[in-house]
Structures are given as structure tokens and as C-alpha cells.
Unconditional design. Structure first.
Lengths: 322, 263
């Protein structure tokens, strides 16, 4: 059977949380499997990542190259095609790097691709059974993937809990020499840090968070009035920033800020996993949404099916009257 | 610049409650409201803005059937110069790879400097752009939220990465980019605009027109298949307040006070 490989995302010499989660995902494919970690990079940072992975992986494949100092998916795809067996099952965390790397990798390995898997229900011969979510998480789907010729599977961060640590005493195998000269048609220039906003939502204990349900920019005032009455700050989900109703610095989610409030009021927010990924510390979460199927109701503590544009002004008035 | 934008007609998640149908295998499709995939609409707007700056043409293409013409016309009403429908019984049941193969065959028939897709569609696939690039051996970048045209057949692009940070790259043309929402403000399309393009002919291409081997696309070639839709066993879920609005507000205020949510 084809081996299972986990692509390791790392930063500052430390593996991403997904490195441990994807061991659990590999075990869900095959309980007897020992996946190998594949790590690309350069210098001391790469060595430090490889060392720490030896605690959870038996085999750590290291590919060191100056050109890989920054993770450019266009280069790393070539590296992986050069070093991986063609029938490899490759697991990659589904975030901004995995979205860049994996679809093209599957084409170059001539294997099928499954995007954003949230569950793995095991194997039946050559058929791997997975679970995905569609329509913004409103409904789930069973997906069957023929893995006879391997597969590339992007796994949602946080979908698998790391297993109890079983010391793996892994070995680092240096595969750097299998990679030839590296160049591609896309060159990394620099990273520009996010601009700080007028309010630092990551430090606010109470957030009134605004979603698409507000329908237009003028309605944001409704949330601000509630926030003022509560002594809270206003944050938002991605569509609100896309529509230019609020600044990017107010956005909660994997492509925005990570917040740790005591109380989080999700108002007209459906609750995509990218949004929820930005909420830490298990706050008391209130969800108000007119769609009873909105996934936010699965994770909130308290839910109200109502139109935020009518409910919130009434709530504000009642709080002011106290 | 000749720009191709790959678009798709999808059930609009914002407008629909998605539920299982009575057979329990598929979603209830009877009353779904369809629209252009939101990410694709930003991609078309971006293409129009590029062409407004440097000249050229925008072609919108989709893989599907007659019903999908409406999104092509909508994007033509926005300003796209041409719409093309790739349609064939052999295309039905294609997985992401199959769709990418069909689009790649179409790209090879023309001469495009730039191909755009949306980052993803309502099924969260986020796959066709990257596959298309790999099939064409073009450079690819995903999650693009700014594009600047450079001299010498290159673009400077910005990718959205974690924490609101921006990853700047230079990329050679021709290339494929997947466009993130928020890159621009897509223009409004009124009924009048749609009426004006209502009778513009939309050429169609099938497998033989594209020189495609039908064994490489459609349901038989698909290695990834959706077996069914289902509603997962619900966790604890939220405690739903089911009273009238007044009662719900009173209860919520009590809870917020207890949890330190009120000053």
C-alpha cells in the first residue's frame, strides 16, 4: 500500500499545530500507518523543525535548499514531485499555503485531490471515504476518493485532534540531493504586515460582531449603538470587509484577527470555519441569525432566530432602559 | 491583455436554506436561488478593471448546460466582451480535475495572457484554478487580492495570508490566478444591462470541438465522487431562545449580565 506523507507547515523553526493533527488524520486512513513528515526549508530553522517532529513522526524527510527559505508553493510542488513516490497519499493542511500547493500537486502526481476534508471514515479497498462540508457549512457530504494511484488531501485545520503522544523516536532522512535546480515563474518578494486599526479587537473583552446579515453599510450603526450600550467593541466577518463597510483590522478569522473575548455576539454571521478559527478562549457566544440552518448555531451557547436589523435596535433600547 | 475568466453558476448560500430532500441523498433543489459564484464575480470585475487600464478583452467561460448561460449574460452585462459555454453530455459528472481538463482544452484553443478563477465556489473546492495552471504548465497564485501590471510580461500580485498579512509576489505571464473576495467592488448589474445582451449569441463548444478524449472527463473519469449529502449528528448546539422577541431580549440581557457582557 502507498505510504502516507504529511506536508509540514512551519514558521520560526516551529511546526504548525497541523503537524500533530495530520498524524491523527493519517491514522484515520489506516490505523496501522506511520506517516512520514515532509519538511522543506533551509538553515537552522529547518533543522529545529525536523528535530521537534522526531517526537511524533518515525520518519522525517528533510529537503534543505536556499531557494526554499520562504515557502513558495510553486517551488515546493516541484520538490514534492521529485521526492514523493507517485502513489503517495499526501496530507496537507487546508489553509493559504495548502490552497496554493495542492490542486496543482495532484495534477503533477496524476492523483485525485480532495479539498478541505473535515472527516475520514476509513478505507474500503481502494476507496477512501471522507467527509466534507458544502454551502458554507450548512450541509455535509460523503465523498469517495479512489486512492489506487495515491491522492492529495487537504485537511481542515482543527478537524482532527492530536493523538495522545506516543514518542516516535523518529529519524531525519535528508532528501535534499534528490532536488535539482529550483526556479519557477513566480517569485516571492516580501510580506507586508497587517495594518493596525483604531480599535484592537484582539484585546476587547466583549465583541458585537457584524456579518453579511446587516445588508448595507448604513446598518453598521445599529451594531455600534448596541456596542456602545453594552460597553463593547464592534468586530466583523469577512464579507463586511469585502463590502468595505468596516476596516480590515476589525475582521475576525483566519485571514483577519484572532480574538479572545469573554462574550462574543455573532450578529448576522453564518459561521464559516475561517471565521470561527479566529475566535479563541471559548467565549460565551450568542448567535442571532434569521437562517435557522446557519452553522453558527452549532457552536454558539445561545441562539436566536431573528432579523438582526430588527432585533438589535430593540435589544439596545432595552439595555439603555435598565 | 486578453483575459479569460472561468465562472460558475451556484446556489446562492446567502439566499437559501440548504436542506436534504425527502430521499435524503441530495439537497432540495426545487426552490434554490442561483447566482454567479461570488468569488467569480470579483474575478470578472478585476479583469474588466485591468482591461480598462491596459486595453484588451475579457472572455467569460463556464462548463455546464443551457441554464448556465444566465451567468455568462450577467457577466457580459457587466462588460465582459465574450461569453462561451462549454457543454457536452460527456462533461456531466466531472470532478474538479475533469472541469480543469475541459477548461485547459479551451485555453489551448485561444491565446490568453491571463486566466482568472474565483478562489472557491459554494462547495469549498478551491481547486480548479490550481489544476488548470498545472495542466497548462502556467505559474499559479491563489488568494490574490491585488494585481499590478508590470512591464516585460509580468504582474506584481498580493496574496492574502494569515492574520491579514500580505504576501507580495512577482509572476510571469501567462499565468492563472485565483481571486479572493474584496479585491475590488464589483459593479452593479441592472435588468436593463442584462436585456441589452439578451440576444448576443453565446458560442458553445463540446468535447470534439475541444479535441478532448471523453474518457478523461465526466463521471467515468472522476476519481472523486460525492456519494450523498447528509446532516451530521448535531452536537450540543446552542440553547435556542424560542419566545417572542420581547421575551428573548429579556432572557438574553439576563445571560449577558451573568457572563459579564454588560458594562
Amino acid at each position: 500500500m502507498a505510504g502516507i506523507f504529511v506536508y509540514i507547515v512551519h514558521k520560526g523553526g516551529v511546526p504548525d499545530d497541523s503537524a500533530a493533527e495530520l498524524v491523527a488524520a493519517a491514522k484515520a486512513i489506516d490505523a496501522s500507518a506511520f506517516p512520514a513528515a515532509v519538511v522543506t526549508g533551509s538553515g537552522a530553522e529547518l533543522d529545529s523543525v525536523c528535530d521537534s517532529l522526531c517526537g511524533s513522526y518515525r520518519e522525517v524527510w528533510k529537503i534543505a535548499n536556499e531557494a526554499l527559505a520562504y515557502p513558495n508553493a510553486e517551488l515546493i510542488r516541484k520538490v514534492l514531485v521529485a521526492v514523493l513516490p507517485q502513489d503517495a497519499i499526501v496530507l496537507v493542511p487546508h489553509q493559504h499555503f495548502g490552497v496554493d500547493l495542492s490542486p496543482g500537486l495532484s495534477v503533477k502526481l496524476n492523483s485525485p485531490f480532495v479539498s478541505d476534508a473535515v472527516g475520514i471514515e476509513g478505507r474500503d479497498g481502494n476507496i477512501l471515504k471522507l467527509v466534507r462540508q458544502e454551502f458554507g457549512g450548512q450541509i455535509s457530504a460523503h465523498v469517495h476518493c479512489d486512492v489506487s494511484w495515491g491522492a492529495v488531501i487537504n485537511v481542515r485545520p482543527g478537524a482532527f485532534k492530536p493523538l495522545e503522544a506516543q514518542p516516535a523516536n523518529g529519524n531525519v532522512l535528508d532528501k535534499s540531493s534528490q532536488v535539482g535546480a529550483l526556479n519557477c515563474g513566480r517569485r516571492y518578494l516580501q510580506t507586508i504586515a497587517a495594518e493596525a486599526g483604531d480599535v484592537d479587537i484582539s484585546k476587547e473583552p466583549v465583541l458585537v460582531s457584524v456579518g453579511r446579515g446587516f445588508q448595507e453599510k448604513d446598518n453598521i450603526a445599529i451594531a455600534q449603538e448596541l456596542a456602545d450600550a453594552m460597553g463593547a467593541a464592534v468586530s466583523c466577518s469577512r464579507p463586511v470587509v469585502d463590502a468595505k463597510w468596516l476596516e480590515k483590522s476589525r475582521q475576525v478569522g483566519s485571514s483577519g484577527q484572532t480574538v479572545k473575548p469573554k462574550v462574543y455576539m455573532a450578529c448576522g454571521i453564518s459561521g464559516s470555519f475561517q471565521h470561527l478559527a479566529g475566535i479563541k478562549g471559548n467565549p460565551f457566544m450568542v448567535a442571532i441569525n434569521k437562517n435557522p440552518k446557519a452553522p453558527i448555531f452549532q457552536v454558539a451557547d445561545v441562539g436566536i432566530v431573528d432579523d438582526v436589523l430588527e432585533f438589535l435596535p430593540a435589544l439596545t433600547e432595552k439595555i439603555r432602559e435598565r | 491583455m486578453e483575459i479569460l475568466v472561468c465562472v460558475r453558476r451556484v446556489p446562492d448560500t446567502a439566499e437559501n436554506e440548504i436542506q436534504l430532500n425527502s430521499a435524503g441523498k441530495d439537497i432540495e433543489r426545487d426552490d434554490l436561488v442561483y447566482s454567479i459564484n461570488e468569488w467569480d464575480n470579483y474575478a470578472v470585475e478585476e479583469a474588466l478593471q485591468i482591461v480598462a487600464r491596459v486595453g484588451g478583452n475579457v472572455t467569460v467561460v463556464t462548463v455546464g448546460g443551457e441554464d448556465d448561460e444566465e451567468v455568462l449574460r450577467r457577466e457580459m452585462a457587466m462588460g465582459a466582451n465574450h461569453g462561451v459555454l462549454l457543454t457536452d453530455a460527456a462533461f456531466e459528472g466531472s470532478d474538479g480535475r475533469g472541469i480543469a481538463a475541459i477548461l485547459a482544452a479551451f485555453v489551448k484553443k485561444g491565446k490568453y495572457d491571463l486566466a482568472l478563477t474565483g478562489v472557491q465556489a459554494e462547495d469549498g473546492g478551491a481547486q480548479v484554478g490550481g489544476m488548470l495552471a498545472a495542466l497548462l504548465d502556467y505559474p499559479f497564485a491563489s488568494l490574490v487580492n491585488a494585481i499590478e501590471i508590470l512591464d516585460g510580461g509580468k504582474l506584481k500580485i498580493c496574496r492574502e495570508i494569515e492574520g491579514g498579512n500580505k504576501e507580495m509576489n512577482e509572476i510571469d505571464l501567462p499565468c492563472v490566478l485565483s481571486i479572493q473576495t474584496g479585491i475590488n467592488e464589483p459593479r452593479y448589474v441592472g435588468m436593463r444591462g442584462i436585456r441589452q445582451v439578451a440576444s448576443v449569441p453565446i458560442p458553445t463548444y463540446g468535447a470534439s470541438d475541444l479535441g478532448l478524449n471523453v474518457d478523461t472527463v465526466g463521471a467515468t473519469a472522476a476519481k472523486v465522487k460525492r456519494e450523498d449529502y447528509f446532516v451530521p449528528p448535531l452536537g450540543k448546539g446552542a440553547e435556542m431562545l424560542r419566545g417572542n422577541r420581547e421575551d428573548n431580549i429579556d432572557k438574553l440581557i439576563e445571560m449577558l449580565r451573568a457572563k459579564g457582557g454588560l458594562k
